[in-house]
Design a protein around this ligand. Sequence first.
Ligand code: ATP
Ligand code: MG
Length: 567
Amino acid sequence: MNDHTLKVNEESKAPVSFIEQFIIDDIREGKNDGRVHTRFPPEPNGYLHIGHAKAICLDFGMAEKYGGKCNLRFDDTNPVKEEVEYIDSIKEDIHWLGFDWENREFYASDYFGKLFEFAVDLIKRGLAYVDDQPADIISTQKGTPTRPGQASPYRERPAEESLDLFYRMNEGEFEEGSRVLRAKIDMASPNMHMRDPIIYRILKTPHHRTGDTWKVYPMYDFAHGQCDYFEGITHSLCTLEFEIHRPLYDWLVYQLKTSDYRPRQIEFNRLNLNYTIMSKRKLLELVREGSVNGWDDPRMPTLCGLRRRGYTPESIKKFIDLIGYTKVEAINDVSLLEHAIRDDLNLRAPRVFGVLDPVKLIITNYPEAKVEEMDIDNNPEDPGMGSRKVPFSNEIYIERDDFMEDPPHKYFRLSPGTEVRLKGAYIIKCESFKKNEGSGLIEEIYCTYDPASRSGGEAAGRKVKGTLHWVSAQHAVNAEVRLYDRLFDHEDPAGQKEDDYRKFLNPDSLKILKGCMLEPSLASAKPSDKFQFQRVGYFCADLDSKPGSLVFNRTVSLKDTWAKMRK
Ligand code: ATP
Ligand code: MG
């Protein structure tokens, strides 16, 4: 199976990431019998964000590509911060991205028994001891990278004594923080993580799965590698901050190992996006403090937020492909993500007319009672998407900024005495307009149309410089449209002084427009349906949108609209 997959992939000659190269080498060397088995290990303490998607695409993607498997393993070693709500959302988001863990849904807590046994074994072998000192003392004794640590006075206590205390810690006899279990490794190691790391602590909060069975809980470092080992993971892919933990990971696995099999940890750079934050703690604060409307607020970098905003799984994968996997930390430009969704929606989103800031336009020589059905292409990029009928009548709406009473040079939209084409319909000429003298606002625009200029007709080829989108007033459906901008107005809000990120929240990140006028085909739009409002941007119907009270989110604005429309 793997030989075959390897060959197929080699023939494709596509460049591979350094991680994929490691995997290929391992398969070729027959390591772990040529198996590829990865895992995605989220901590259920928040919703997944686009950074997690980078890890998911790699973990599941490599397994898929090399005929392997990928487990979903919830890293639920800390009962204090974790909730079931998060577990459900994490599963939904992974499925949405198009990946599946089959029946391999695991929890670090499934292994609490085995991990406890392993800790007991380490104590018996003189490789772990109970330390009665508080955490702050332990941490000052650790020394610095250039100065060796100082041994705890409990380091040499007899194994039987540590064993007895460890059991009693788990029976609830001692207060939280009063004692810990430490691995006995090397207080002089240049790697601080090897200086007798804490591997178990006392926590009395009940656990969402194991209730109050346990009063001691393993630390992340003690759980992660061992869980990989118990599950037969071959490639444990994680972000760069764990590189420094790798010697400890290897040390613990070595102590556990009973055969030649061993999991290999490989680190890659995190995904960071400018103008946003990725820390789950901070995202939770934004939600709790009401700075956004929940985890799935379309301004959030969460997967549910991006989904609600109108992002597709394909666009997110494309973006992740573009940024790649390296060993160098960087901040990725959000405009690259926007480019990916534009590219994707350009091919699949039907074109429609939506006027966000309507002004009425009356065609004085078009019969009042007449309605024509204009046949308009759904997507010029894809003739297979067909066409639709859009009703046209003597009163229409156009965008307020498509008319100027006193236009500058090279303004190709509508102004007194000039002509434009109404997309898919006729050429019109502006004859006059009505203005509210108090507010200065244009109230109505009066035009005549050229009956011979109907699109597709004989005189249709007559050229005018501007083309406008429009909606027939009597047929229009009313909608609320939400325009989103960056959540922060600082490029690197997370890189500022701790917790200062709140100061950089963009006050204009959400603009709600009421009374937008859309073509009637949108009356039946269902939540998450995606469209290009021509000349305006890509939009999707919001989760809360219903017939009669339509709500659309702008996913991303359009670029280069004029160049396209003038054709
Ligand atoms: P926390 O902020 O709570 O430490 P985390 O963001 O590391 O959490 P986890 O739930 O521990 O979240 O992450 C699950 C997996 O996703 C890990 O393997 C982690 O390395 C990866 N991951 C998290 N954030 C990113 C990111 N920004 N880019 C790439 N991978 C990430
Ligand atoms: Mg983490």
